[in-house]
Design a protein around this ligand. Structure first.
Ligand code: BV8
Ligand code: ZN
Length: 222
């Protein structure tokens, strides 16, 4: 079994989704801020956004959907969680092995020496933060236009391709290459079940589209 989650699974924890109503921040769109160009142009603005998100996420709790996946992991020998989320709520719910396709908002990376470390302070005492070497630090996430961490997609494709059941939860399935895991699982012979409050480009291709909030539907499904 393999599971792909997106921002929608954290919506009921109070974390705004990317493309939903809460997805905007001040008058910026996520796509305009989550890019290397935006960071080079104005690291302080990008860090203001991440600082705001870190603070908001630090007050959020994993919801029943995150917890239902932990139950699934305990029960299923073959289980891989693949997440596009950077909020760390799967970790806090108790999920074990997971593939974080887009990185982790609670990690930082130095733009000079490449050091990579965890930092859970919310809010940050000073933005933009710096590395011990003095270099400018960036959030440990994958921005638009950046490649996913080495080997991550290969592992995710292996899990999706081998899965008998592939759950797609709370993702608009518009960001690539993550979204390509849905047709990939289908081609591998998986039964694909989508849990979403709305339609997605794959709704008419999945075996079962459950319409509603993950916090309600996933515990019942599990
Ligand atoms: C890459 C980390 C190549 C940052 C994120 C044109 C121009 C430029 C680029 C492209 C282009 N066309 C395609 C691309 C590629 C681009 C892309 O896909 N763009 C999209 C927008 C078209 N992809 C990339 O750039 C990727 N890299 O391709 O590199 C490369 C290769 C080699 C060398 C160099 C380069 C990198 C993509 C990663 C971007 N980083 N996040 C951060 O978070 O700060 S993506 C971001 O979107 C988040 O990770 C988020 O999870 C992800 C996907 O969004 P969703 O999770 O689906 O969330 P969304 O808000 O959209 O939807 C929420 C869903 O939940 C909805 O369906 C809603 O109905 C549902 N929902 C709401 N509430 C509930 C619910 N469901 C259930 N229950 C509820 N309660
Ligand atoms: Zn450094």
């Amino acid at each position: 079994m393999a599971v792909l989650t997106g921002a929608g699974i954290s919506a009921e924890s109070g974390v705004p989704t990317f493309r939903g109503d809460g997805g905007l921040w001040k008058d910026y769109k996520a796509e305009d801020l989550a890019t290397p160009e935006a960071f080079v142009k104005d690291p302080r603005l990008v860090w203001e956004w991440y600082n705001w998100r870190r603070e908001l996420i630090s007050k959020a709790l994993p919801n029943a959907a995150h917890k239902a996946l932990v139950q699934l992991e305990i029960r299923k020998r073959e289980y891989t969680l693949i997440t596009q989320n950077v909020d760390g709520l799967h970790d806090r719910a108790g999920s074990g092995r997971m593939l974080k396709l887009h990185g982790d908002i609670w990690r930082m990376r130095c733009t000079v020496c490449g050091a990579n470390w965890p930092d859970r302070r919310a809010p940050l005492p000073k933005i933009p933060p710096h590395c011990a070497c003095g270099g400018l630090a960036r959030p440990g996430v994958v921005w638009f236009g950046e490649p996913l961490p080495d080997g991550m997609m290969k592992e995710a494709e292996h899990a999706a391709g081998a899965a008998e059941v592939f759950l797609v939860i709370g993702t608009a399935a518009v960001v690539y290459p993550a979204a390509s895991l849905v047709p990939y699982a289908k081609q591998g012979g998986a039964k694909v079940i989508e849990i979403n409050t709305d339609d997605t480009p794959f709704t008419n291709q999945v075996d079962c589209a459950l319409r509603g909030p993950a916090g309600e539907l996933l515990p019942r499904l599990v």
